[in-house]
Design a protein around this ligand. Sequence first.
Ligand code: SIN
Ligand code: MN
Length: 211
Amino acid sequence: MTAARSLSGLRLVPGYLDRPSQEALLGALGTVFAAAPLYTPRMPKSGKPLSVRMTNCGPLGWVTDEAGYRYQPLHPQTGQPWPAMPDILVDAWKALARYPHLPESCLVNYYGPAAKMGLHQDRDERDFEAPVVSLSLGDTCVFRIGGTTRKDATRTLHLASGDAIVLGGKARLAFHGVDRILPGTSTLLAEGGRINLTLRRVTMPGEDRAW
Ligand code: SIN
Ligand code: MN
């Protein structure tokens, strides 16, 4: 059994969103992009641009630049609060997270045909009890997932438009990344590419927000 398969708490839900729901979500994201345009994030310290473009919705957004990884309530370029999370995303969290509190952040990653994301853990949150719920729209990607240390064996799986993945339990801190996009595998996005939506809790329930 591979390291990733043996990680309890990793759940793949193929086809969680059917095509009409994917189209409805894409429509709702149009409103998000209008209020909070996609921008090119930068690596901590080096300031090297990432190949994905990003934005967020919900009370807190995950950002990265020379100053490091963090959550903040304002878009780094417009200075405006992130727009509300579309209901369809909140509903996905309620259906999939098995967690009694609402998500506080939805990171929206846009991958053009050549974009990818290196192997990393999601660990900028204070609450690791809540899972990470991730939805895919558009072109299929080759998603890589391993164990909780960087040296653990990894495996790949394909995430297609409408698929959901939940990283909970031991898999909450699993290393993961996106090796590549498979261009032309979906007709959902007119311009091609892939959108990933990552829903997360950030604070501990009941914690006073310092934001
Ligand atoms: C991420 O880990 O931020 C994105 C994962 C994905 O695009 O599926
Ligand atoms: Mn991640």
